[in-house]
Design a protein around this ligand. Structure first.
Ligand code: PEP
Ligand code: MN
Length: 359
């Protein structure tokens, strides 16, 4: 696959200043709800209005979106507020209907981007159309699958692309509805530096009080935009009620954001960065040394017919090192995770030795 050269997703008149904000209800419910919410948002300077017309739901029988009858409501939003409108598409029929209704920007939802057949169907339906498309991360934390979705759209001639980070499903829901796993969008940025990235704090957090801190984190990570669910009466919303905020609250949240200047020269950081480079080199040298010792242990175990995995020793390492880390002010969870990775690699190295033919 050749390198993707993205074109701007900015529609005429949209200020490129961070954050570019897309806001609106999870779902379009009625003409009044759509119009009142849109007018509230427009009065706060929001230029891009979202509303789900087709809603992918976990189980049948819930509210699956108002469907095509909601599309003329979006048209009214455009006419009466001057905002651009955007909705989620999951099938080729959605694409045709949305385009026919003059929707300005499309997004592909997290359940859809996890399915290459569905993404391909949308890409095929968009051939020859010039419209910006945002792709949410797949529900599962698979960066390659996410990148594959961009490639499918790109190959269909859609070059005005952007990403939306909405977090990742997990069985173990604690604080977040969908785990942020920030390293995944950070890696996406490294792989595709010119792709604009939005953060969707509503679906990551799943609750109102997490929206402000998530927006701030996204801005601190230099994300380009935010997609935030906003409803005229959040408690009465037909879907995702816990995570929606009124246009007034949204405006409050946005005004509190501290936007750090990403164009500033990083000259003054040069010395500290050199220190980091040196420390990383030392860490790598130590790791290489640790692996060499570990391979020697592998040779010994092989010669003495011992199994690779010695569980009591492994548990002792984890316990002892995370205590040590704690005393050095290191996060014990981080230390455990890091040691697990290192241990896994040591085991792999020893397995190679076990499987080598005796010379
Ligand atoms: C939505 O934006 O309302 C939505 C359904 O999001 P996701 O695809 O991220 O679950
Ligand atoms: Mn939603």
């Amino acid at each position: 696959m050749e390198k993707m050269e993205f074109e701007s997703i900015l529609l005429p008149g949209i200020n490129p200043k961070r954050p570019i904000v897309i806001a609106g209800p999870c779902s379009a419910e009625s003409e009044e709800q759509v119009l009142e919410t849109a007018k509230g948002l427009a009065s706060k300077g929001i230029k891009l209005f979202r509303a789900g017309i087709w809603k992918p739901r976990t189980k049948p029988g819930g509210f699956e979106g108002i469907g095509v009858i909601g599309l003329p409501w979006l048209k009214r939003v455009k006419e009466e507020t001057g905002m651009y409108v955007t909705t989620e598409v999951a099938t080729k029929d959605h694409v045709f209907e949305a385009l026919k209704a003059g929707v300005d920007l499309l997004w592909i939802g997290a359940r859809t981007s996890a399915n290459p057949f569905a993404v391909q169907e949308i890409a095929d339906a968009l051939k020859g159309v010039d419209i910006p498309v945002l792709i949410k991360n797949p529900v599962n934390p698979d960066l390659e699958l996410w990148i594959g979705a961009f490639q499918r759209l790109y190959n269909a001639g859609i070059h005005r692309l952007g990403a939306i980070h909405r977090g990742f499903s997990s069985y173990d829901k604690k604080i977040y509805r969908n785990l942020p796993l920030w390293h995944i969008p950070i890696e996406l940025r490294r792989r595709m530096p010119n792709l604009p990235i939005f953060c969707d704090p509503s679906h990551i957090g799943g609750k109102r009080e997490l929206i402000a801190p998530l927006c701030q984190q996204a801005m601190d990570l230099n994300f380009d935009g935010l997609m935030i669910e906003s409803h005229r009466d959040p408690d009465a919303a037909w879907s995702d009620a816990f995570q929606q905020i009124t246009p007034d609250v949204l405006d409050y949240v946005l005004n509190l954001l501290v936007i750090r200047d990403s164009t500033q020269s990083t000259e003054s950081l040069a010395e500290l960065r050199r220190q980091i480079d040196g420390i990383d080199e030392q860490i790598l040298e130590l790791l290489a040394k640790r692996m060499r010792v570990s391979r020697e242990i592998g040779v010994y175990k092989k010669e003495h017919n011992m199994p690779i995995l010695q569980s009591p020793r492994y548990s002792e390492i984890l316990e002892n090192r995370s205590d040590m880390g704690k005393q050095m002010d290191l996060n014990p969870d981080f230390i455990r995770e890091m040691l697990k990775e290192i241990h896994e690699e040591s085991v792999r190295q020893q397995m190679i030795i076990m499987n080598e033919e005796k010379a």
